[in-house]
Design a protein around this ligand. Structure first.
Ligand SMILES: *[C@@H]1O[C@H](CO)[C@@H](O)[C@H](O)[C@H]1NC(C)=O
Ligand SMILES: *[C@@H]1O[C@H](CO)[C@@H](O)[C@H](O)[C@H]1NC(C)=O
Ligand SMILES: *[C@@H]1O[C@H](CO)[C@@H](O)[C@H](O)[C@H]1NC(C)=O
Ligand SMILES: *[C@@H]1O[C@H](CO)[C@@H](O)[C@H](O)[C@H]1NC(C)=O
Length: 319
C-alpha cells in the first residue's frame, strides 16, 4: 500500500503546538468474525448461499439474479479500509465458480449516500477478481477509504457469481506527532491558504517524530507562498543519531523541479531506519515573504509486491 499522508499545518496560540496524526501500519480481516446480521445481499440463490456464507471459511454467497447483484457488510462503525480480498466458491461440490471482476461502493455512518470507489478519472473502478476457485486475490486500495458499509457488485464471473470475501481494516496505527515552535503568536487554526505560517522575522521549526516507512527514501512536498527551495532558507533532515549532546541529521535534497512554486524534498533513510520510527526536522529560517501552508509526506508502510495472502495463519500472526 502506498499511502500519502497530508499533514496540514495550522497555527495555534502559544509557542508549541502538538499535532497528532495516524498512519496505518497493519490491517486485519473484518468479515471473518462478523455476525450474520452484519452481512446482507440483494438476493440469495438458496439458503446455503445466503450472505453470511460469504466468509472465507464457508461455501460462498450466490445471488439468484446474476446481473446487478451486490453483497454488503456493515462494519458497525466507520473504519479505515485498505483493501479487499476475494475467493471463489468454497467447495468443489459443483462446477467451479468465482467472480472475475467487481465494483465497490461504500457509505459512511449516518449517511444515505453511496460513494463509488473510483479510478483517478472518477469512473467506477473495476477490480480484478479471481482466476480460480481457491486462490485468494487481494486488491490493495490505492486510496484508503473510511466507511461503515461496503458493497461489492460482481461484474463478471466463471459459471456463476459465487464468492467469498474479506475486507481489510486498519488494526494498528503508528502514532507520530509534530512539535511546532513558533516565535510569533497567531490565532487561527484552519486549513486555508490565508492562514499559512509566515516566516518573516520568525522561524518555523517542525519536528516530526515516529514516522514509519518501508522505503529507503521519503518525499516531501512543501506548499506555500514565495518559498525559496534552497538550503539558505530551509533545512530538512532525518535524525540519524546523537553525537555527544548534538543530534545528527542526514540532510535532505531540495529543489523546485516542477517550477510550480512547491519545494520537492528527497530524504534518504539509513537501512536500519526502514520500517522503524524515525524523526524528521524541518527548519525555515525565513525570507521576506515566505509562507508555509502545507507539508505532504509520502510514506510507504508496505513493501511493494505484497498483494496475495497465501497463508492466513501467517497473515493473522503478522498483522
Ligand atoms: C476471530 O475470533 C476468534 C475467536 O474469538 C479469534 O481467535 C480470532 O483472533 C478472531 N480473528 C480476528 C481476525 O479478529
Ligand atoms: C474436493 O475437495 C475435497 C476437500 O477439499 C477433496 O478432499 C476432494 O479430493 C476434492 N474432490 C475433487 C474431485 O477434486
Ligand atoms: C456512481 O456510479 C454510477 C454508475 O457509474 C453513477 O450513475 C452514479 O452517479 C455514481 N455515484 C456517485 C455518487 O458519483
Ligand atoms: C534503496 O533501495 C533500493 C531497492 O529497494 C536499492 O536499490 C537502493 O540501493 C537503496 N538505496 C540506498 C541509498 O540504500
Amino acid at each position: 500500500m502506498n499511502k500519502v499522508l497530508l499533514l496540514f499545518l495550522c497555527l495555534m496560540r502559544g509557542l508549541i503546538g502538538v499535532n497528532t496524526f495516524c498512519q496505518c501500519i497493519g490491517y486485519e480481516p473484518l468479515i471473518i468474525n462478523a455476525s450474520d446480521s452484519q452481512l446482507s445481499a440483494s438476493s440469495k440463490h438458496s439458503n446455503k448461499h445466503a450472505a453470511p456464507y460469504s466468509k472465507w471459511t464457508e461455501l460462498g454467497w450466490a445471488p439468484n439474479q446474476r446481473v446487478g447483484s451486490w453483497i454488503e457488510v456493515d462494519l458497525l462503525e466507520n473504519k479505515l479500509i485498505g483493501g479487499i480480498v476475494t475467493w471463489g466458491r468454497g467447495s468443489n461440490d459443483t462446477v467451479p465458480q468465482w467472480v472475475k471482476s467487481f465494483n465497490v461502493k461504500y457509505r459512511v455512518d449516518g449517511s444515505n449516500d453511496w460513494n463509488n470507489y473510483t479510478d483517478t478519472g472518477g469512473s467506477l473502478l473495476t477490480f480484478i477478481g479471481n482466476e480460480e476457485r481457491y486462490q485468494p486475490v487481494v486488491n490493495d486500495f490505492e486510496v484508503s477509504i473510511v466507511a461503515r458499509y461496503i458493497r461489492l457488485y460482481p461484474l463478471s464471473w466463471n459459471n456463476g457469481p459465487t464468492m467469498r470475501w474479506e475486507v481489510l481494516g486498519c488494526a494498528q496505527y503508528a502514532q507520530s506527532h509534530v512539535n511546532r515552535y513558533l516565535h510569533q503568536e497567531a490565532e487561527t487554526c484552519a486549513i486555508t491558504s490565508e492562514n499559512c505560517m509566515l516566516a518573516t522575522n520568525n522561524r518555523i521549526l517542525l519536528n516530526y517524530k515516529g514516522l514509519i516507512t518501508q522505503s529507503n527514501t521519503t518525499n516531501l512536498v512543501l506548499n506555500g507562498e514565495s518559498l525559496s527551495c534552497n538550503n539558505n532558507f530551509m533545512t530538512i533532515g532525518v535524525e540519524i543519531g546523537m553525537l555527544g549532546c548534538a543530534v545528527e541529521y542526514n540532510m535532505c535534497e531540495m529543489n523546485d523541479a516542477n517550477g510550480d512554486g512547491k519545494c520537492h524534498v528527497l530524504c534518504e533513510l539509513k537501512d536500519w531506519q526502514v520500517g522503524q520510527p524515525f524523526n524528521l526536522l524541518l527548519l525555515i529560517k525565513g525570507g521576506s515573504d515566505m509562507e508555509l501552508c502545507a507539508v505532504e509526506i509520502d510514506l510507504r508502510p508496505w513493501k511493494p509486491g505484497r498483494s496475495v495472502i497465501r497463508d492466513w495463519d501467517y497473515f493473522l500472526q503478522n498483522i
